[in-house]
Design a protein around this ligand. Structure first.
Ligand SMILES: *[C@@H]1O[C@H](CO)[C@@H](O)[C@H](O)[C@H]1NC(C)=O
Ligand SMILES: *[C@@H]1O[C@H](CO)[C@@H](O)[C@H](O)[C@H]1NC(C)=O
Ligand SMILES: *[C@@H]1O[C@H](CO)[C@@H](O)[C@H](O)[C@H]1NC(C)=O
Length: 319
């Protein structure tokens, strides 16, 4: 097989914002606080409208609002909470979404166990309640890949983490990875601090870049969904799916391929100075800058400069 990988180095999707001095962090937290006050001032009924408008203002692609179970009346399926999701306000919200070519989907959580594996042919799944930690960011890669193999191709982990409070850096790198989950959804617990992607400049930059690329790839993604539906292939695949003759790929669980053409090599730890990537056979192009290309059968160590978001290939041995 002529392996041809086009390499989407999310690691290069880099936050241009600076993870700098403590003072800066405080002032950025203040800004975030002010935006949170703005949101609270809108009142609960207007929150979805407010958030959607702010995402658009920040120029972050947003196709669908997924409502979690809070919309239900006493968690009964097919009902609406008459107070927090009063019908006239919800209708106005949905009309505004539709007028902008956006979609609204209510998540069903009927508390039934997930026994029939062929259900993956019909529904999307999230990987379960995760935590806003680096460990769960790392684990999400294997979790999404496993689900794909089990027959649930339309799958993703809660971006930025569900339980606990996320941080700017974690949310930033999680968005860079999560934009390429087949099912990309940011989601947090009610008690957690807000994590809308426009709340931090670095996360907004990464969201525009990573989600923007994902939107450019929609035709490709839809083809993979068709293949998943008709032939059962996962959308997000371990490297060994695309390159089974290359035993170096067998143990790689920190990278994945979308179909066989696009490889994602995310940052999975805080404050990285480099990211390791294994390139199988073929010529790999950097999706964010096609003038960068590498020959396969190679381990790369990408030097990562989080202060200035400049990157260069370092001559180091990894893997
Ligand atoms: C699983 O679902 C499929 C289609 O949705 C159905 O044809 C099949 O009978 C189900 N299997 C079991 C064991 O319920
Ligand atoms: C998250 O932050 C809020 C304050 O913003 C705090 O009240 C809450 O306890 C924090 N949650 C966790 C799990 O640390
Ligand atoms: C990051 O890049 C900036 C600008 O090119 C440079 O001044 C700085 O030394 C670099 N930092 C590291 C750790 O390489």
């Amino acid at each position: 097989m002529a392996g041809f990988c086009v390499l989407g180095f999310l690691v290069l999707a880099a936050a241009a914002a600076e993870f700098g001095a403590g003072d800066e962090k405080v002032s950025r937290e203040d800004q975030r606080g002010e935006r949170e006050e703005d949101k609270a001032a809108m009142g609960f009924l207007m929150m979805p409208t407010y958030i959607t408008r702010e995402v658009s203002k920040a120029n972050i692609p947003l196709e669908t609002i997924w409502n979690y179970i809070d919309y239900m009346d006493a968690y009964k399926d097919f009902t609406l909470n008459p107070v927090s999701y009063a019908e006239p306000a919800l209708r106005a919200f949905v009309d505004e979404l539709h007028a902008n070519g956006q979609h609204y989907i209510q998540i069903l959580d009927p508390e039934c166990s997930f026994q029939n594996l062929s259900s993956g042919a019909h529904v999307a799944h999230w990987t379960g309640d995760n935590k806003a930690t680096w460990e769960d960011l790392q684990y999400s890669v294997a979790s999404v890949l496993n689900s794909g193999i089990f027959g649930v191709p339309m799958v993703g982990a809660d971006i930025c983490g569900f339980a606990g409070n996320t941080t700017e850096e974690l949310c930033n790198h999680w968005m860079q990875l999560g934009a390429f989950y087949p099912f990309a959804r940011s989601h947090a617990e009610t008690l957690s601090n807000s994590q809308e992607p426009y709340l931090w400049e670095s996360v907004a930059i990464s969201s525009r870049k990573a989600l923007g690329l994902q939107y450019h790839l929609l035709a490709y993604m839809y083809t993979l969904m068709y293949e998943a539906h008709t032939r059962g292939f996962p959308i997000a695949r371990p490297l060994f799916f695309g390159f089974p003759e290359d035993s170096m790929t067998f143990t790689v669980s920190h990278q994945f391929v979308l179909g066989n053409g696009i490889m994602v090599s995310p940052v999975l730890s805080p404050d990285p100075t480099s990211v390791n990537a294994y390139l199988p056979e073929g010529i790999c192009y950097d999706m964010f800058d096609f003038s960068n290309k590498w020959r396969g059968y190679e381990s790369l160590c990408l030097e990562w400069n989080s202060t200035h978001a400049t990157n260069s290939l370092g001559p180091c041995n990894c893997l």
